[in-house]
Design a protein around this ligand. Structure first.
Ligand code: MG
Length: 253
Protein backbone atom coordinates (compact mmCIF):
# COMPACT_ATOMS: atom_id res chain seq x y z
CA UNK A 1 0.00 0.00 0.00
CA UNK A 2 1.33 3.43 -0.92
CA UNK A 3 1.04 5.79 2.04
CA UNK A 4 -0.34 9.29 1.55
CA UNK A 5 1.20 11.67 4.06
CA UNK A 6 -0.61 14.40 5.98
CA UNK A 7 0.69 17.96 6.06
CA UNK A 8 2.16 17.37 9.52
CA UNK A 9 3.92 14.20 8.39
CA UNK A 10 5.29 16.01 5.34
CA UNK A 11 6.72 18.71 7.61
CA UNK A 12 8.54 16.04 9.62
CA UNK A 13 9.82 14.34 6.46
CA UNK A 14 10.95 17.72 5.12
CA UNK A 15 12.97 18.28 8.28
CA UNK A 16 14.73 14.90 8.02
CA UNK A 17 15.36 15.51 4.34
CA UNK A 18 16.95 18.88 5.03
CA UNK A 19 19.41 17.22 7.41
CA UNK A 20 20.19 14.63 4.70
CA UNK A 21 20.96 17.41 2.21
CA UNK A 22 23.10 19.32 4.71
CA UNK A 23 25.05 16.14 5.51
CA UNK A 24 25.71 15.49 1.82
CA UNK A 25 26.88 19.06 1.31
CA UNK A 26 29.26 18.74 4.25
CA UNK A 27 30.61 15.40 3.00
CA UNK A 28 31.09 16.76 -0.50
CA UNK A 29 33.36 19.44 0.92
CA UNK A 30 35.44 16.78 2.75
CA UNK A 31 35.97 14.39 -0.16
CA UNK A 32 39.63 14.48 -1.17
CA UNK A 33 42.55 12.28 -2.09
CA UNK A 34 43.74 10.38 1.00
CA UNK A 35 40.51 10.70 2.99
CA UNK A 36 39.16 7.35 4.17
CA UNK A 37 35.52 6.43 3.70
CA UNK A 38 35.42 5.68 7.44
CA UNK A 39 36.37 9.31 8.14
CA UNK A 40 33.44 10.45 5.99
CA UNK A 41 31.17 8.12 7.93
CA UNK A 42 32.24 9.62 11.27
CA UNK A 43 31.77 13.17 10.00
CA UNK A 44 28.25 12.25 8.83
CA UNK A 45 27.28 10.51 12.06
CA UNK A 46 28.53 13.42 14.20
CA UNK A 47 26.67 15.94 12.09
CA UNK A 48 23.40 13.99 11.98
CA UNK A 49 23.43 13.44 15.75
CA UNK A 50 24.21 17.14 16.31
CA UNK A 51 20.85 17.81 14.62
CA UNK A 52 19.10 15.57 17.18
CA UNK A 53 18.56 13.02 14.44
CA UNK A 54 19.55 9.39 13.87
CA UNK A 55 21.53 7.93 10.95
CA UNK A 56 18.82 5.70 9.50
CA UNK A 57 21.09 3.14 7.85
CA UNK A 58 23.03 2.21 10.99
CA UNK A 59 21.89 -1.21 12.17
CA UNK A 60 19.45 -1.52 9.26
CA UNK A 61 18.79 -5.10 8.18
CA UNK A 62 17.45 -6.23 4.81
CA UNK A 63 15.97 -9.30 6.35
CA UNK A 64 19.06 -11.50 6.00
CA UNK A 65 20.04 -10.64 9.57
CA UNK A 66 23.22 -8.80 8.58
CA UNK A 67 22.98 -5.32 10.06
CA UNK A 68 24.50 -2.41 8.17
CA UNK A 69 27.44 -1.34 10.37
CA UNK A 70 27.79 2.34 9.43
CA UNK A 71 25.87 5.61 9.16
CA UNK A 72 26.29 6.18 5.42
CA UNK A 73 26.94 4.06 2.35
CA UNK A 74 30.16 4.82 0.46
CA UNK A 75 30.39 3.07 -2.90
CA UNK A 76 33.59 3.57 -4.88
CA UNK A 77 34.07 3.01 -8.65
CA UNK A 78 32.55 -0.40 -9.54
CA UNK A 79 30.58 -0.44 -6.29
CA UNK A 80 27.00 0.49 -7.15
CA UNK A 81 25.38 1.04 -3.74
CA UNK A 82 25.50 -0.13 -0.09
CA UNK A 83 29.30 0.10 0.17
CA UNK A 84 30.53 -0.08 3.78
CA UNK A 85 32.84 2.74 4.96
CA UNK A 86 36.32 1.40 5.71
CA UNK A 87 40.01 2.30 5.96
CA UNK A 88 40.07 2.64 2.17
CA UNK A 89 41.79 5.91 1.22
CA UNK A 90 40.23 7.76 -1.71
CA UNK A 91 42.54 7.94 -4.71
CA UNK A 92 42.98 10.37 -7.58
CA UNK A 93 40.56 9.25 -10.30
CA UNK A 94 38.04 7.49 -8.02
CA UNK A 95 34.35 8.22 -8.12
CA UNK A 96 32.43 7.82 -4.87
CA UNK A 97 28.71 7.59 -4.27
CA UNK A 98 27.51 8.62 -0.84
CA UNK A 99 24.04 7.67 0.34
CA UNK A 100 22.61 9.26 3.48
CA UNK A 101 19.44 8.36 5.40
CA UNK A 102 18.16 10.30 8.39
CA UNK A 103 15.41 9.65 10.92
CA UNK A 104 14.03 12.45 13.04
CA UNK A 105 10.67 12.65 14.85
CA UNK A 106 10.22 9.09 13.55
CA UNK A 107 10.18 10.23 9.92
CA UNK A 108 12.78 9.53 7.25
CA UNK A 109 14.66 11.25 4.44
CA UNK A 110 17.03 9.62 1.93
CA UNK A 111 19.36 10.97 -0.78
CA UNK A 112 22.62 10.23 -2.57
CA UNK A 113 25.24 11.93 -4.72
CA UNK A 114 28.26 10.76 -6.73
CA UNK A 115 31.44 12.83 -6.71
CA UNK A 116 34.77 12.57 -8.54
CA UNK A 117 38.04 12.51 -6.56
CA UNK A 118 40.92 14.51 -8.04
CA UNK A 119 41.13 14.20 -11.81
CA UNK A 120 38.57 11.82 -13.30
CA UNK A 121 38.23 10.60 -16.88
CA UNK A 122 35.86 12.05 -19.46
CA UNK A 123 33.85 8.84 -19.31
CA UNK A 124 33.49 9.12 -15.52
CA UNK A 125 32.43 12.76 -15.89
CA UNK A 126 29.81 11.80 -18.43
CA UNK A 127 28.59 8.94 -16.21
CA UNK A 128 28.11 11.31 -13.28
CA UNK A 129 26.39 13.97 -15.41
CA UNK A 130 24.05 11.52 -17.13
CA UNK A 131 23.10 9.83 -13.85
CA UNK A 132 22.33 13.14 -12.13
CA UNK A 133 20.40 14.45 -15.11
CA UNK A 134 18.40 11.20 -15.31
CA UNK A 135 17.30 11.72 -11.71
CA UNK A 136 15.84 15.16 -12.55
CA UNK A 137 14.24 13.79 -15.72
CA UNK A 138 12.60 11.09 -13.60
CA UNK A 139 11.51 13.59 -10.95
CA UNK A 140 9.74 15.70 -13.63
CA UNK A 141 7.40 12.75 -14.20
CA UNK A 142 6.44 12.46 -10.52
CA UNK A 143 3.24 14.47 -10.82
CA UNK A 144 -0.28 13.63 -9.78
CA UNK A 145 -2.16 11.40 -12.24
CA UNK A 146 0.98 10.20 -13.98
CA UNK A 147 1.77 6.51 -13.60
CA UNK A 148 4.70 5.27 -11.54
CA UNK A 149 6.57 3.82 -14.49
CA UNK A 150 6.46 7.14 -16.32
CA UNK A 151 9.33 7.93 -13.92
CA UNK A 152 11.06 4.62 -14.67
CA UNK A 153 10.67 4.94 -18.43
CA UNK A 154 12.00 8.52 -18.52
CA UNK A 155 15.13 7.52 -16.56
CA UNK A 156 15.81 4.43 -18.67
CA UNK A 157 15.24 6.23 -21.95
CA UNK A 158 17.66 9.04 -21.08
CA UNK A 159 20.37 6.77 -19.65
CA UNK A 160 20.32 4.26 -22.50
CA UNK A 161 20.25 6.98 -25.17
CA UNK A 162 23.56 8.09 -23.64
CA UNK A 163 25.08 4.62 -24.00
CA UNK A 164 24.92 3.56 -20.34
CA UNK A 165 22.69 1.01 -18.58
CA UNK A 166 20.34 1.12 -15.59
CA UNK A 167 20.66 -1.40 -12.78
CA UNK A 168 17.61 -3.69 -12.71
CA UNK A 169 18.03 -5.50 -9.40
CA UNK A 170 17.63 -2.44 -7.17
CA UNK A 171 14.97 0.23 -7.19
CA UNK A 172 13.85 3.50 -5.68
CA UNK A 173 11.08 3.33 -3.09
CA UNK A 174 8.47 5.11 -1.07
CA UNK A 175 9.99 6.74 2.02
CA UNK A 176 8.85 8.82 4.97
CA UNK A 177 7.08 6.87 7.69
CA UNK A 178 9.51 4.01 7.05
CA UNK A 179 12.90 3.98 5.34
CA UNK A 180 11.57 1.68 2.64
CA UNK A 181 7.87 1.76 1.77
CA UNK A 182 5.75 0.89 -1.22
CA UNK A 183 5.97 1.48 -4.09
CA UNK A 184 9.12 0.01 -5.53
CA UNK A 185 10.35 2.43 -8.22
CA UNK A 186 12.37 0.66 -10.91
CA UNK A 187 14.72 2.67 -13.11
CA UNK A 188 13.36 0.90 -16.17
CA UNK A 189 9.81 0.34 -17.28
CA UNK A 190 6.89 1.02 -19.52
CA UNK A 191 5.32 4.43 -19.96
CA UNK A 192 1.74 4.56 -18.68
CA UNK A 193 2.01 1.53 -16.38
CA UNK A 194 2.10 1.06 -12.64
CA UNK A 195 -0.01 2.75 -9.95
CA UNK A 196 -1.29 6.28 -10.39
CA UNK A 197 0.66 8.91 -8.50
CA UNK A 198 -1.23 10.98 -5.96
CA UNK A 199 -0.39 14.15 -4.09
CA UNK A 200 1.01 13.43 -0.63
CA UNK A 201 3.14 10.50 -1.76
CA UNK A 202 6.80 10.82 -0.75
CA UNK A 203 9.19 8.91 -2.98
CA UNK A 204 12.94 8.23 -3.07
CA UNK A 205 13.89 8.20 -6.75
CA UNK A 206 17.38 6.82 -7.29
CA UNK A 207 18.87 5.93 -10.65
CA UNK A 208 21.88 3.59 -10.45
CA UNK A 209 23.72 3.78 -13.74
CA UNK A 210 26.49 1.53 -15.08
CA UNK A 211 29.06 2.28 -17.76
CA UNK A 212 28.88 -1.35 -18.93
CA UNK A 213 26.13 -3.93 -18.54
CA UNK A 214 23.33 -3.60 -15.98
CA UNK A 215 24.23 -6.84 -14.21
CA UNK A 216 25.38 -6.62 -10.60
CA UNK A 217 26.58 -8.96 -7.85
CA UNK A 218 26.70 -8.90 -4.05
CA UNK A 219 30.16 -8.75 -2.46
CA UNK A 220 31.33 -11.09 0.32
CA UNK A 221 30.40 -8.54 3.00
CA UNK A 222 26.73 -9.30 2.15
CA UNK A 223 26.03 -5.62 1.53
CA UNK A 224 28.10 -4.01 -1.19
CA UNK A 225 26.54 -4.26 -4.64
CA UNK A 226 29.14 -4.22 -7.42
CA UNK A 227 28.92 -4.20 -11.19
CA UNK A 228 29.34 -7.67 -12.59
CA UNK A 229 31.80 -6.51 -15.25
CA UNK A 230 33.91 -4.38 -12.89
CA UNK A 231 33.14 -1.15 -14.74
CA UNK A 232 32.17 2.08 -12.98
CA UNK A 233 28.72 2.91 -11.64
CA UNK A 234 27.10 6.12 -10.36
CA UNK A 235 24.08 6.85 -8.16
CA UNK A 236 21.99 9.92 -7.40
CA UNK A 237 18.89 10.10 -5.23
CA UNK A 238 16.37 12.62 -3.93
CA UNK A 239 13.33 12.27 -1.73
CA UNK A 240 10.45 14.11 -3.40
CA UNK A 241 6.84 14.98 -2.65
CA UNK A 242 4.18 14.41 -5.29
CA UNK A 243 1.92 17.46 -5.62
CA UNK A 244 -0.78 18.40 -8.10
CA UNK A 245 1.80 20.50 -9.87
CA UNK A 246 5.59 20.38 -9.91
CA UNK A 247 7.11 17.76 -7.59
CA UNK A 248 8.82 19.25 -4.55
CA UNK A 249 12.37 18.02 -3.98
CA UNK A 250 12.61 17.60 -0.20
CA UNK A 251 16.30 16.71 0.12
CA UNK A 252 17.54 20.26 -0.34
CA UNK A 253 19.15 22.63 2.18
MG1 MG B 1 17.01 4.93 -1.10
Amino acid sequence: MILIKSKKEIDYIRESCRIVAQTLLLLKSKIDIGVTTKELDLIAEDYIRSCDAIPAFKGYSQGNGVKFPASICTSVNDEVVHGIPSEYKLKDGDIISIDVGVKKNNYFGDAAITVGVGKISDEQKKLIEVTERSLYIGIEQAVESNRLQDISYAIQEYVESNGFSVVRDLCGHGVGKYLHEDPSIPNFGKKGSGPKLKRGMTLAIEPMVNVGSWQVKVANDNWTIKTFDGKDSAHFEHTILVTDNKPEILTVC
